[in-house]
Write a protein that binds this ligand. Structure first.
Ligand SMILES: NC(=O)c1ccc[n+]([C@@H]2O[C@H](COP(=O)([O-])OP(=O)(O)OC[C@H]3O[C@@H](n4cnc5c(N)ncnc54)[C@H](O)[C@@H]3O)[C@@H](O)[C@H]2O)c1
Ligand SMILES: O=C(O)C[C@H](O)C(=O)O
Length: 328
């Protein structure tokens, strides 16, 4: 068996952590032949809970779990990590937008970006889940100038999965048959789930959906507002589905996307689709050999062009709020 991969998870005592750790330790992210060394980070106030999580991980006797350690020191958690999933941050509650968390959470990502810069492996893959995920990922990336920008990503996979499921339900077909979904932009209510490129068994789904009102009146707002609806229903934000999306995101980034398919990742813009550099934005990407590439030259529905740009503008507005956390 290959030597253990070091995986750091922040916010490990939280609710996403509780869904995420056990699946990673069971092999859902890195496969059944790969041992894992887990580094769990949380704040001192969560030590008791984190101790309980540690006991439960031990009690599972996972064959792939080479070792697990807990700490509240990011220097220890991120030391020579291969993968870091940055979950630890405050979630929003009912009535809040995700960007309302900017000032509460931004600081965490500037600190952690600096420490990743010092101690993580130079090719570490870093996924930011904590909200507002795109801007937090941007803060971490800018505070880690010695790591390649392409090592940083933000999670839009939950939105992508939500869009896939809504479409599968509409078509009455299995989700596994759908290819080429994308959710553009910010992991916020300005995100744009776009099914105009989607295929099912190599047929364009638009040939099967003769219902434009469903797309704009149901599909798009349902995906955009899903996080808020879950908070309304559960009184807590999505956790198991978020953990599942984080595993999907990392697995595809590491092992590659399916043939003739792509996934949505929040990645640094390279100017594609008129989105200037300087933001982390949801794009369709293919992954191979541990690298992602933005899918180029898709024809954007004319009514969507301005909407893609609105997501960019919102990200710039978010950056204004946390400008003091970016190295000048
Ligand atoms: N991108 C997405 O699709 C997506 C989906 C769901 C949730 N989220 C976000 O993920 C974050 C976590 O959600 P949750 O439901 O697990 O929240 P939670 O409150 O249950 O857990 C958060 C954990 O983070 C810890 N924490 C806080 N500051 C920390 C720090 N500086 N270092 C390490 N740990 C720290 C807390 O002690 C807590 O244990 C929230 O910001 C939430 O909005 C994002
Ligand atoms: O909506 C939230 O605040 C949590 C999360 O980002 C989600 O999309 O479920």
């Amino acid at each position: 068996m290959p030597s253990p991969i070091r995986v750091a998870i922040t916010g490990a005592a939280g609710q996403i952590g509780y869904s995420l750790l056990f699946r990673i330790a069971a092999g859902d992210m890195l496969g059944s032949d790969q041992t894992i060394s887990l580094r769990l980070l949380d704040i001192p106030a969560s030590t008791s809970v984190l101790n309980g999580v540690l006991m439960e991980l031990q009690d599972c006797a996972f064959p792939l779990l080479a070792d697990v350690s807990i700490t509240h020191d990011p220097v220890v958690a991120f030391d020579q990590v291969d993968l870091a999933i940055l979950v630890g941050a405050r979630p929003r509650s009912k009535g809040m937008e995700r960007k309302d968390l900017l000032t509460a959470n931004g600081e965490i990502f500037s600190t952690q970006g600096k420490i990743l810069n010092q101690v993580a492996k130079r090719d570490a893959k870093i996924l930011v889940v904590g909200n507002p995920a795109n801007t937090n990922a941007y803060i971490a990336m800018k505070n880690a100038p010695d790591l390649p920008a392409e090592n940083f990503s933000a999670m839009l996979r939950l939105d992508h999965n939500r869009a896939l499921s809504q479409l599968a339900m509409k078509l009455g077909r299995p989700v596994a048959q759908i290819r080429k979904m994308v959710v553009w932009g910010n992991h916020s209510s300005t995100q744009l789930p776009d099914l105009y490129h989607a295929e099912i068994n190599k047929n364009h789904v638009m040939q099967l959906i003769d219902d434009p009102a469903w797309i704009e009146g149901f599909f798009v707002p349902t995906v955009q507002q899903r996080g808020a609806k879950v908070i309304e229903a559960r009184g807590l934000s999505s956790a198991a589905s978020a953990a599942n999306a984080a595993i999907n995101h990392m697995r595809d980034w590491i092992f590659g996307t399916r043939q003739d398919d792509w996934v949505t990742m929040g990645v640094p813009s390279d100017g594609s689709y008129g989105i200037p550099e300087g933001v982390i934005y949801g794009f369709p990407v293919t992954c191979a050999g541990g690298k992602y590439s933005i899918v180029k030259e898709l024809d954007i529905h004319p009514a969507y062009r301005d909407k893609l740009y609105s997501g960019y503008q919102e990200l710039l507005e978010e950056q204004q709020v946390i400008n003091h956390l970016l190295p000048q």
